[in-house]
Design a protein around this ligand. Structure first.
Ligand code: PA5
Length: 445
């Protein structure tokens, strides 16, 4: 099956010298990644997940998903960051955009998310929705100690046990966590929940192709075997260095643009289903590259929506940005604009056209306008939004991220900066063990 296409013709011109100069560095980065000789090499397990995911793991995931689908109207996935965004991205890309308004059907629970914020209204409103309803929980945390999902899980577990009884609740909770470490592992063992393991050598933001993403995606009714097959096709296509390796080319081009002064990359879509894919991508690149005072700032827009809010800035603001556009060739459905006899709105000139034909012209018009305005444009073309495509996109961006981080000269697999806010929050909440930090932070207030 054909993989996604990468087009750099509208970016090359802006950083040709830098792009040429990065050729050898991009080959070295790819080789370093493949050989596992670079920084963070204890977190490279994601590289072979597609080709090495055992069929019996997928079978078990499908069985668990079928059980939750049969017994729940709602399944709440509890997790944050890498333990949330991948599943949310894939489910949003593949779901009917108005699915939530149709309400749950037998064997088709609604997949909801919690633990990705500490919003009191969010938790209270979720709890109200679940009152008296049949629901299950998938709690996901690699470390098993993250505060946001721990709070949400405690509240939801309490509600589920009260509604369904402790014994029945046990069968409606599945934990995805480390094989042996962390509070969630201890709790799951003690309570007797079904569990899935997040491999030691796969970091949070690279974990969507483990049960972290696969289980919620299967519960939402999507084919995880096809998702993995798409990722495997991309694993194969991005193995060897060369001009036809699209992950290497993308990593090389974005670094060339960065060196030429383009410090912000905007991931652009013309399909609102990809909104959360951009959120996943921002974590992947932001946490992987934003360190040691370096790194492209990852931003995103949904077009044409944001052309009416951010369009002015993109067209004429500071010329420090470039765009990477995910272009979807074929929508999954056909929907045409009707003729109107009175034509008072003046749009009969596009009557009879598919909505997407107009969207495509908006896309082309935007590309040309932005390039004319000094915004380099990288284009990623996918055929249609299905599981195979999503698998390809996920692996493509992960592989390119590893290569790009090595070109930039950072360890793309750690995230030391994420700890700073946690330390302050624990000190402010007077968590036992943080007495010194509490005294120090209080002295600053
Ligand atoms: O990429 C990462 O490692 C982080 O963003 C984590 O995914 C996030 O903090 C959640 O961590 P955990 O799965 O340990 O709860």
């Amino acid at each position: 099956m054909k993989t996604i296409d990468l087009d750099i013709q509208y970016a090359e011109y802006f950083a040709l010298k830098q792009y040429e100069a990065l050729k050898d560095k991009s080959v070295t980065a790819l080789t370093t990644l493949d050989m596992g000789t670079g920084a963070g090499n204890d977190f490279l397990g994601w590289q072979k997940l597609p080709s090495e995911t055992p069929a019996d793991l997928l079978d078990r995931i499908n069985k668990t998903a079928a059980r939750l689908r049969a017994n729940c109207d709602y399944v709440v996935c509890v997790g944050i960051g890498g333990s949330y965004l991948g599943a949310k991205a894939v489910i949003s890309a593949l779901s009917n955009m108005f699915a939530d308004f149709y309400g749950p059907k037998p064997n088709e629970p609604k997949v909801l998310f919690a633990g990705q914020n500490i919003g009191e209204e969010y938790m209270s409103e979720l709890s109200k929705l679940l009152e008296g309803k049949k629901f299950g929980i998938i709690v996901i945390s690699k470390s098993g100690t993250t505060t946001e999902p721990a709070i949400a899980f405690r509240m939801l577990k309490d509600q589920l046990e009260k509604q369904a009884g402790k014994e029945a609740a046990k069968d409606l909770i599945v934990a995805v966590t480390d094989a042996s470490k962390g509070a969630l592992r201890t709790l799951a063992t003690q309570e007797g929940y079904e569990t899935y393991v997040i491999p030691d050598n796969v970091g949070g933001r690279f974990s969507v192709l483990t049960p972290v993403g696969l289980l919620p995606i299967a519960v939402a009714g999507f084919d995880v075997t096809k998702l993995i097959a798409g990722a495997a096709a991309m694993e194969e296509a991005t193995k060897h260095p060369g001009d036809d390796n699209i992950a290497q080319t993308y990593a090389r081009m974005r670094n060339a643009l960065y060196e030429s002064g383009k410090k912000i990359e905007i991931l652009v879509n013309f399909n609102p289903k990809l909104h959360y894919f951009s959120e996943w991508w921002k974590q992947l690149y932001g946490e992987s590259e934003g360190k040691e005072g370096k790194g492209i700032f990852p931003a995103s827009v949904d077009l044409t929506t944001d052309l009416h809010s951010m369009g002015q800035w993109i067209q004429e603001g500071e010329r420090t940005i470039f765009e990477t556009v995910i272009s979807v060739e074929e929508p999954c459905v056909e929907h045409r604009i009707p003729e109107d006899a009175a034509n008072l709105d003046g749009i009969n000139y596009i009557a009879g056209k598919r909505v997407d034909e107009v969207n495509k012209m908006a896309e082309l018009g935007t590309l040309l306008a932005h390039v004319d305005g000094g915004v380099p444009n990288i284009r990623i073309k996918v055929h249609t939004l299905d599981e195979h495509t999503m698998g390809q996109l996920i692996y493509f961006f992960e592989k390119a991220c590893g290569i790009s981080g090595y070109i930039l000269g950072v360890n793309p697999f750690n995230q030391p900066g994420v700890e700073a806010y946690k330390k302050n929050m624990f000190a402010l909440l007077e968590k036992p063990g943080y007495e010194k930090e509490t005294a120090a932070i209080k002295a600053k207030l």
